[in-house]
Design a protein around this ligand. Sequence first.
Ligand SMILES: [Zn+2]
Length: 201
Amino acid sequence: MPHIPVLAAEEIIRAGRRMDQRGWVPATAGNISVRIEGPRIAITCSGGHKGFLDSFSVIEVDADARVVTPGARPSAETRLHCQIYRAFPDAGAVLHGHSVANTVLSLEEPGPALSFSGYEVQKIFAGQTTHDATLHLPLFDNDQDMARLAGVVAPHLPGMTMGYLIRGHGVYVWGPNMDMALARLEGLEFLLACALERRRK
Ligand SMILES: [Zn+2]
């Protein structure tokens, strides 16, 4: 069995520290993955704090979320990461976090999406060249049955620009590599924090 490349594990550990510093992975929340190559995916195992990851916290799964690393305990949400890699062949890293802003807004918004327009930071998302556009962040109801949740998300994935938000739970964001995925998560959390502040006025 091939080992997880050191670089892939290091990128996941670094992302975990960054997400923890920003308050996006409280308690044992969140999960982080990178595509090693083709159908090989490195991802954080179930549980554990994402600010204190080590190489034993990173496991390998295949494109169908089957565990490759012997004895590893996968997170239930591994299935959602794999779904994103299958839908977006150019996705190189996927991040999932639970912030205050994404949790509060997703619970307060009764509609099927949050919309953003007029923000300069919108340009961090794929294909966006101007603030003068409206971007939509789809909202899905939380579900502990990941197969059922993946089925609800699937038809919305093609053309999804920002990622998506699970109500009362957290966001999924991806990019061609870890740096870009982190930048997009930061951009999205900035937009959500702005939206939360404007609703409080
Ligand atoms: Zn979660």
